[in-house]
Design a protein around this ligand. Sequence first.
Ligand SMILES: [Zn+2]
Length: 57
Amino acid sequence: MKSCREIHRLVIEGQDRELGFAERFSMRVHLMICTTCKRFDAQIDLMRQALRRFPGD
Ligand SMILES: [Zn+2]
């Protein structure tokens, strides 16, 4: 089981690169049971969508 810190890192890295199957899998499983990381993932997702509206930053 990965720690929340590792999951946060994967969530952030997932913005820049394609995660491997094992990485995606352990992230999904963790997000299913951990509210803190689920919230973090949602925040990162919102931020990414906001950034996408301002290209060429
Ligand atoms: Zn967590």
